[in-house]
Design a protein around this ligand. Structure first.
Ligand SMILES: [Zn+2]
Length: 397
């Protein structure tokens, strides 16, 4: 799978939703493991995104007249991009404008090279009834229906439904659940889960499918997972394959297969933990994540460290930036007892939360996060190289 053929020629078709389900799946699996194709995909995705936003872009008149005059001497534009000097604001702005135009034309050109229907925001998702009478808006569906952008799908205690997410996957909606289709674009698919439970199986490249919940956003990194939200707006994510990032502007938890993560209104995502960790470990973690009582938290940390297994460095690594200085030393020492930091990662760097060192250590630790002490090879590959587009940029909240 990892060495399958490059897929750059299929990117446009993929973005148009023109590949079959099977081909989309193969495309996504390749993208996850191939940095070269993923980089290409990201460039085109950016171009398409810019193109979609074009009608809403308003630039000051002066900027446009500068672009016009620059276009009059178009042979000089590319030279300006290369030789742009920071001190020259006029040239700088023209260079930026030229870069935007270039990105736009690449995106638009690739977007338009293939005929076929546009999967724009007007497109609806197919809904299949799995039981009872699920409702779209106020009307019940008997076997099939379609969910348009802005519409709610609601199930009661007797009904269930399945949503086909374009060609990239599907989502099962359990009983007593309310979901809204927020957006569907080649570059972003977004659902809102107000309450209830849904299970998603997505074969898209990372960060194409998002679910908003009241307390965090789930960003798909190529995976299958279950997400639930209770009446208070608190939630829980459980991942069955691949990776999911659970995030708010302040916090991000990266959750691998066989692990879960709670999320609370007002606090955001807690710390991820493996489902096979001990009940005492999980109870203690809940106190550390969500209790306001410092004594209870300190005691819970002791319990949790005592209950840790090598694989639980998933939890310990996430805790490093979330505990106080004194506690951080204890967490650090527990992780080093299982796996000393790799070359280039120092005690001082970790204790002062050096981002680069923390990332480097995470990549090393991931090798012990799979079942039976095995690594999760895809993890490393799927997350490496993503730092150029921080997860925070995709947040709407
Ligand atoms: Zn490739």
């Amino acid at each position: 799978m990892m060495f399958s053929k490059h897929v750059s020629k299929d990117i446009s078709a993929y973005c148009h939703g023109e590949l079959s389900s099977e081909a989309s799946k193969q495309f996504a699996e390749h993208i996850i493991s191939c940095v070269r194709c993923r980089t290409k995909f990201e460039e085109i995705k950016l171009g398409i995104k810019l193109a979609e936003q074009l009608p809403q872009l308003t630039a000051p008149d002066s900027l446009w007249s500068e672009i016009e005059s620059a276009l009059g001497r178009e042979s000089e534009i590319s030279a300006r991009v290369v030789y742009m000097r920071p001190s020259s604001s006029w040239r700088g702005r023209v260079a930026i404008a030229a870069a935007v135009i270039l990105a736009l034309s690449v995106g638009v050109w690739l977007y338009n090279t293939q005929p076929g229907p546009r999967s724009g925001s007007g497109q609806a998702w197919q809904v299949t009834r799995l039981g009872g009478t699920p409702k779209i808006g106020s009307s019940g569906i008997s076997s099939r229906g379609s969910l348009a952008v802005g519409q709610w799908l609601e199930t009661d205690e007797n009904s269930r439904a399945q949503i086909a997410v374009g060609t990239i996957g599907n989502v099962d909606i359990d009983e007593n659940t309310r979901v809204k289709l927020v957006e569907t674009q080649p570059t972003e698919h977004r659902l809102e889960l107000a309450r209830g439970r849904m299970s998603a199986r997505i074969w898209a490249p990372p960060r194409l499918f998002f679910v908003d919940t009241p307390s965090a956003v789930a960003a798909d990194l190529g995976c299958a997972y279950t997400l639930e939200v209770d009446d208070k707006g608190d939630g829980r994510l459980s991942v069955t394959s691949g990776w999911v990032a659970l995030q708010t502007k302040e916090r991000e938890s990266i959750v691998p297969a066989e692990a879960s993560c709670e999320t609370k209104l007002g606090t955001g995502p807690g710390t991820p933990y493996f489902d096979d960790s001990t009940p005492e470990f999980r109870q203690a973690l809940k106190t550390i994540d969500f209790s306001q009582d410092p004594t209870a938290k300190a005691n819970a940390l002791t319990t949790m460290l005592n209950q840790s297994r090598p694989r639980d460095t998933l939890t310990l690594w996430h805790l490093l930036p979330r505990v106080n200085d004194e506690e951080r030393v204890r967490v650090y020492e527990k992780i080093t007892a299982f796996a000393p930091p790799p070359t280039g990662v120092t005690r001082e760097g970790v204790l002062t939360l050096d981002q680069k060192m923390l990332e480097q250590w995470r990549v090393a630790l991931e090798r012990t996060w799979g079942s039976g002490g095995k690594g999760i090879p895809q993890v490393e590959k799927s997350l490496k190289g993503w730092s150029a587009t921080p997860l925070k940029d995709v947040l709407k909240k």
